[in-house]
Design a protein around this ligand. Structure first.
Ligand code: ZN
Length: 443
């Protein structure tokens, strides 16, 4: 990959110079001569089908280019066509991508990446065979992250999140959903959401008050009921008034909360304009998929344990499955069955679940490799799962694809072609990313 700042071309280029000659559109960043461009401009079949291995939906372009003006894509196509259609502004940046690929900036639709502190000790206990209760008794689990987050300064939290977003960008990720839920107290949940929002449009903040009962209320007679009432009442009111959260989440699972416990907060949130994305069936199927469907949720995530009935309800309601192989891998669980979900017509996204307990992972492409090698996805489906489908379930229709008018989020990935996504062990590195028009390079 090589680059330069160009001097302006002749100014006539920006104007119609004769009959039949197109008007050129202005651009200030041109990524060109990429061996291959993935646009995700096609439509993935709704259900798994024989055509799942057909790369047509990827909208591949050889010797491709993407032109950008500020924060928008203004041209995508073969380099020669794009160069004919744009007029580079004074000082525009031109990069010859060469052997790397251009793809939509990757979208990580499920993370808990606003955290401080390590839980490596807890992980070590787990690999020695310790169970959930033993780890909790030794001060591990979500309670450990709650204690660390509550004691951290704003600056420390912001720096930790910024470092993590940078690490994710090194793998091509330009949009990251970030959940609260390590505060479990109104003022600190608001602080978490505000800090996430302060990272700008590359972060989508989600309110996860119903992550766990806060440590100080556990073991008290009515602590659990009081916390549920607080979340559904004044905590939710404060979150909506604060305006930083884009979604609400809840941990609908055996070790988490029941459908009956979560429903009041989620239904109220829906009435107040906050759409749900839910943790469902990581350990136990307690009916979370049906709850997600009845709420018209954006996504139901995890789904290691889910019935066909639950999946059919999700398909009918258009709820995306966000699968988190990093957590299943770390916990030694069977992988969620993406093939079965696709066969039942459920859209599938893949995310890192980046968190300090069960998936300390920044590398979204690696999740795609799990998706293909262990979860039954085709490589075409896996590309969509970390781009367009992931963006769709975050209600971000202008991301996850390379198209004229889309937000200028692009990854320059060090891969020899689209088929190599699950083939390269480890994760491919991004040589550069463009996020909302802002270029970063790591050569
Ligand atoms: Zn999670």
């Amino acid at each position: 990959m090589s680059g330069r700042s160009s001097s302006p071309r002749s100014t006539e280029c920006g104007f119609r110079t004769g009959w039949g000659e197109p008007v050129r559109v202005a651009a200030n960043l041109l990524l060109r001569h990429a061996r291959e461009v993935i646009t995700c401009s096609g439509k993935l079949p709704t259900r798994a089908a024989k055509g799942d291995f057909d790369p047509a939906p990827l909208g591949l372009i050889e010797d491709g280019a993407v032109a950008i003006a500020d924060d928008r894509i203004v041209a995508v196509g073969r380099t020669a066509e794009v160069e004919r259609s744009v007029s580079l502004s004074s000082g525009a940046t031109v990069i010859d991508v060469g052997d790397a690929m251009l793809t939509p900036g990757l979208v990580d639709a499920h993370t808990h990446s606003l955290f401080v502190g390590s839980r490596a000790g807890e992980f070590s206990l787990r690999v020695q065979g310790a169970g959930y209760a033993e780890i909790a008794a030794k001060g591990g689990g979500i309670a450990a992250s709650v204690k660390a987050l509550r004691g951290a300064t704003d600056e420390a939290l912001r720096a930790a999140l910024a470092r993590r977003l940078d690490a994710m960008a090194r793998f091509g990720t330009t949009t990251v959903e970030v959940k609260s839920g390590y505060a479990l107290e109104t003022a600190q949940e608001l602080r978490s959401l505000k800090l996430a929002r302060s990272m700008g449009d590359r972060v989508v903040p989600t309110f996860l008050g119903l992550h766990a009962v806060p440590p100080e209320l556990r073991g008290t007679e009515d602590g659990r009921a009081r916390y549920l009432a607080t979340v559904a009442g004044r905590m939710l009111d404060a979150v909506v008034a604060g305006g930083d959260a884009r979604f609400i989440d809840a941990y609908v699972d055996g070790p988490g909360f029941s459908v009956a416990e979560c429903a009041p907060a989620l239904e109220r949130a829906k009435a107040l304009g906050l759409r749900a994305r839910l943790h469902v069936g990581q350990f136990e199927d307690v009916g979370g998929a049906q709850l997600a469907a009845s709420l018209g949720a954006a996504s139901a995530d995890h789904l290691e344990h889910v019935s066909d009935e639950g999946l059919r309800a999700m398909a009918a309601a258009g709820v995306t499955a966000v699968l988190l192989p990093g957590a299943a891998f770390s916990l030694g669980q069977p992988m969620p069955d993406a093939r079965r979900m696709r066969a039942l017509g459920v859209a599938v996204a893949l995310a890192t679940d980046c968190n300090p307990g069960t998936s300390h992972c920044d590398a979204l492409p690696w999740m795609a490799a799990f998706g293909v090698r262990q979860m039954g996805l085709s490589t075409v489906e896996a590309w969509f799962a970390i781009t367009a489908t992931a963006a769709g379930c975050l209600d971000l229709g202008d991301r996850g694809r390379l198209a004229v008018g889309a937000r200028a989020d692009v990854a320059v990935l060090d891969l020899p072609g689209w088929e190599a996504l699950p083939y390269v062990l480890g994760s491919p590195r991004a040589l550069a990313t463009v996020t909302g028009g802002a270029l970063r390079r790591w050569e």
